[in-house]
Design a protein around this ligand. Structure first.
Ligand code: C2E
Ligand code: CA
Ligand code: CA
Ligand code: CA
Length: 276
């Protein structure tokens, strides 16, 4: 935040000419990050609330700076998207994630990692091909890997997006719809794309806190819609036991949130699993 805040402040102070220069220095930093392998996955567990089983984890990117601090994704992913650097960054991240999943010992199990993709990643078949190759190289099965597509971003070519996602599904990789219910498209993505799981956004899970019941009907509608469409559900941003119980009463058992664990490094996540 300091980094971008500084760049933005400098840009504002210096005017448009320098703004372009600042943008290219952020570009430079992102490229340098790629060279240093500075984009690393943190892992947040997804737990079955009925028996505490670890169903899998979401890989959430962090940018490790030279001083050892970590920059959260909200502070650089938008810039990486604008510059197109999100594509090589995601490829680098994916290689690390697949290696980590092998270290987790998930080969031969149903446990999965979930990787966040932007729609542009699906403009060519190359990402899906290298993903399948990485999975095979590490002795994993395609059910150990799934990808998340956010409903907040629009496919510029939905037909092509559907083709690419169908290739992944044919290869055995599940597609999860991220931020379900928050997007512009209502539930059109579910009808258009081969989605297997809805990730219910924290915005709706938050309505389960006492005193904020006004939006609760939306949560009910999403869960009912998922059931009628034969989709799995994962609730995100679950922070309290009370929310876990209310979600279970609605038939939502796959839980991701601080109530079970925060995103953590591969090493910390492995220790966390071993301690359970
Ligand atoms: P997301 O995919 O919706 O991920 C969930 C976010 O909610 C994560 O933030 C996670 O740390 C946070 N979260 C999880 N449980 C709780 C909880 O109980 N309470 C609260 N307050 N927050 C919780 P994070 O890691 O900062 O990631 C933010 C967003 O950045 C992600 O939202 C995703 O859209 C994006 N992102 C993360 N990694 C990647 C990536 O590798 N590629 C792309 N394209 N986007 C990514
Ligand atoms: Ca996600
Ligand atoms: Ca999400
Ligand atoms: Ca979300």
């Amino acid at each position: 935040s300091l980094l971008i805040a500084t760049l933005v402040a400098a840009a504002l102070a210096l005017g448009m000419h320098k703004l372009l220069k600042s943008r290219s220095s952020l570009d430079f930093l992102l490229r340098e990050g790629l060279r240093r392998n500075a984009f690393v996955p943190f892992y947040q567990p997804i737990v079955d609330s009925r028996d505490g089983r670890i169903l899998g984890a979401e890989a959430l990117i962090r940018w490790r700076r030279a001083d050892g601090s970590f920059v959260p994704p909200g502070q650089f992913i938008p810039y990486a998207e604008d510059s197109g650097l999100i594509l090589p960054i995601t490829e680098q991240l994916t290689r690390q994630v697949i290696k980590d999943v092998a270290r987790f010992g998930w080969a031969g199990t149903d446990q999965f990692v979930s990787i966040n993709l932007v729609p542009e990643q699906l403009d060519s078949p190359s990402y899906g091909q290298s993903l399948s190759q990485l999975i095979a190289e590490q002795g994993l099965q395609s059910r150990n890997v799934s990808v998340e597509i956010t409903e907040r971003r629009q496919f510029h070519d939905l037909v092509k997006g559907r083709q690419m996602l169908s290739l992944l599904v044919q290869a055995g990789i599940e597609i999860k719809l991220d931020d379900a219910g928050t997007g512009f498209g209502g539930f059109s993505y579910v009808q258009e794309l081969p989605i297997g799981t809805l990730k219910i956004d924290k915005m709706f899970v938050d309505t389960l806190r006492s005193g904020s019941d006004a939006k609760r009907p939306v949560l009910d509608a999403i869960v009912q819609f998922a059931r009628q469409s034969g989709l799995q559900t994962i609730a995100e941003g679950v922070e309290t036991e009370d929310q876990v119980h209310k979600l279970a009463a609605m038939g939502v058992y796959a839980i991701q949130g601080y109530v079970y664990g925060r995103p953590q490094s591969a090493e910390d996540f492995m220790r966390w699993m071993a301690d359970r």
